[in-house]
Structure formats: C-alpha cells, structure tokens
Design a protein around this ligand. Sequence first.
Ligand SMILES: C=CC1=C(C)c2cc3[nH]c(cc4nc(cc5[nH]c(cc1n2)c(C)c5CCC(=O)O)C(CCC(=O)O)=C4C)c(C)c3C=C
Ligand SMILES: [Fe+2]
Ligand SMILES: [Fe+2]
Length: 347
Amino acid sequence: MGGPATLDKVHDFLHNLFSDSDLMRLPIQPLAAKFIARRRTPQIQDQYNQIGGGSPILHWTEKQGEMMEKILDQISPETAPHKHYVAFRYVDPLTADTVKQMKEDGIKRAVVFTQYPQYSCSTTGSSLNELYRCLKKSDPENDIKWSVIDRWNTHPGFVKAISQKIKAKLQEYPSAERDHVVLLFSAHSLPMSIVNRGDPYPAEVAATVDHVIRHLKVRNPHRLVWQSQVGPSAWLGPQTGDAIKKYGEMGKKNLLLVPIAFTSDHIETLFELDIEYGKEAHESGVTGYKRSESLNDDPTFVQAMADIVKGHLDAGQITSPLMALRCPACNNDKCAEQKEFFASQKL
Ligand SMILES: C=CC1=C(C)c2cc3[nH]c(cc4nc(cc5[nH]c(cc1n2)c(C)c5CCC(=O)O)C(CCC(=O)O)=C4C)c(C)c3C=C
Ligand SMILES: [Fe+2]
Ligand SMILES: [Fe+2]
C-alpha cells in the first residue's frame, strides 16, 4: 500500500487511495476521490504530524528488503544474486515506476511478494491488478516471468516473530498479573460489502491469531478486534476502540494490543493504536495498556521473509492454490483477468 513519507505527500496518497475502485467503489469516483481527498487531507496530515511527520513504511520496507536479500543469497545460492524492488500502490515508489526500472535493469525473473500476510481483494488483489495493468503497458512481450507469493498468514517464522514480540511485552507486566493480561489482536477492518462477497481476509486473519495463540502456549484470554473503519458504511466489528472501552468498563486493567495484519509501523500502529486508543484506554480505566512492537527489522521476521521466498522458489509454484479461486460473489472482472495472467506464467 505504502504511506506518505512527508506531509506534502498526504493529499496525493489519499487521492490515489480513494480513486482505487478495487479498494472501494464510489459514485462518480474521479470526482468523489478529488473531493474526499481534499477534505480529508488536513485531518490526516495532523495525524502523520503527530507520528513524526510521515509514514515510516518506506524506511522499514527498504530495510526488510535489504536484510532479506542478504539472507536469501546465503540460503538459496542457486538463485543468487537476489535484488528487492519496492512497489507501492498509492505513493512513490509506485508500481508503474518500479516495473519500468525492472525492465531497464534487464530483470527476467521476479517474485511478487505481497507484504500483506493475509489476502484481501481490496489490498493484495488491488496491488496485483495494478501490477497486471502496468505490465500490459511496460512489458507487453512478457519478458519478465512472474510468480506470486499471495499470502503467508500461517507461516511458522511469521507466527514465531509475532509470538516473540508478545512474549517480550508480557514481561513488562508485574508477574502476578501477567497471566491475566487480555491479548487484543487488532487488524484493519473491511467493509461488510467486501466481507459478504466472500473475501478471504477475515478468516485468514483469524487463522494467524489461532496459530500465534497455539505457538505462545499461554492461557491469557484473547480476542480479535478490527480497527481503522472509514466512512458511514457497515464494517466488520467489533471495533478496536469500542472493545478497549468496554473491557475497561468491565474492569479489565491490562490490555495488550497486538497488530496482526501489519508487518511494520505506520499511522495505524503509531497514531491509532498508540495515541488515539491509548488515550481512550486511559479514560476507560485501563491502566496497563500496551502494544506489542511491530515486526519492522526484527531478525526473526526477516529470516521468515527469506524462508518464505526460498520455500516458494523451491516449490516451483506460480501462485498458491487459493489464488485461483475467486470470491463467490466477486463482481470485479479485473480480478479474473489478473489471476489468469499470473496463472499462465511459464517459468
Ligand atoms: C491489512 C491491511 C489493510 C486493509 C485490509 C485495508 C483496507 C482498507 N483500507 C481502507 C481505507 C484507508 N486505509 C488507509 C490507510 C491504511 N490502510 C492500511 C492497511 C489496510 N487497509 C495501512 C497500512 C494504512 C496506512 C498507511 C501508512 O500510514 O503507511 C487510509 C488513509 C488514512 C485515512 O484516511 O484514514 C484509508 C482511507 C479501505 C476503504 C479498506 C477496505 C476496503
Ligand atoms: Fe486501509
Ligand atoms: Fe474478489
């Protein structure tokens, strides 16, 4: 997805985001996107200002890419040298520019590695649709051969990395209270219209939570809650903010928030979880409100990234078997074309 690295990029980020009909459908979308982006910019700039003046997502993605390619060169010498490229959906480096750069660099074989662990048509699906459109323009002869890592929500290395972050944060609670801390796994929500199309994301997020809980081998109570709703339509709940408030009112003093669908820090963790909900938690009597650290450049996580790519290359797969299956009520024909394109790659 990407995020605006500086405040002057917030408007264009929002404009590109609200223009994306794979993410959301708006009436007279080009006009509506212009209007909403302009109206929303000051509020979102203020939020980015409070987290240091921009999204750190490019910084973390570059760092993860650099660390991952070094590990890959060691564990998969037969496919070395490895080189990472970043393709964001709504800000620089945009997918179109990255594809042009790869063509200029003479790349012949590429792995699309979504950085969303769980698949949603609105996120990974949108990014793959955009990549497909860019390839039709910039690589019509299909010079670059592609395969796709479309989801990795239960990969053991990913599960281990999240679990380690939770364990480390649990240590900060007094030992007498540690076993009773409520683990609140928080993921970005989805509009119910997308959930009801049969989008796989909610079930894949729940599967990640289940694997983490089994890996942790703790008896703490836990719940999965959903954050970052935008606009008036119905979204998948319960909302993270409401859950924090209710648990506070129920006398739960210790809540440990765990971001479960993001791999690095950005506005959803640094502003929403830390600042906005942190304040609400305090007001609701939650004295032990903490958040487990994002994965960022965590060595266990970056090792997992490299293992995921190596496993993918060794298996010789083009996509996961799940990629071929469209949502039962999918109404986006672009999804079908894109899926056929990637499935037809000959390595
Ligand atoms: C798993 C991750 C994400 C899903 C699923 C997702 C769905 C989704 N998002 C919007 C609307 C917005 N998202 C915005 C920011 C944003 N979203 C994600 C992740 C997911 N979104 C991230 C990581 C970010 C932050 C980027 C950064 O700071 O680096 C925004 C912009 C902020 C705002 O205006 O509140 C919007 C808008 C929809 C409609 C949607 C599902 C259809
Ligand atoms: Fe979002
Ligand atoms: Fe779909």
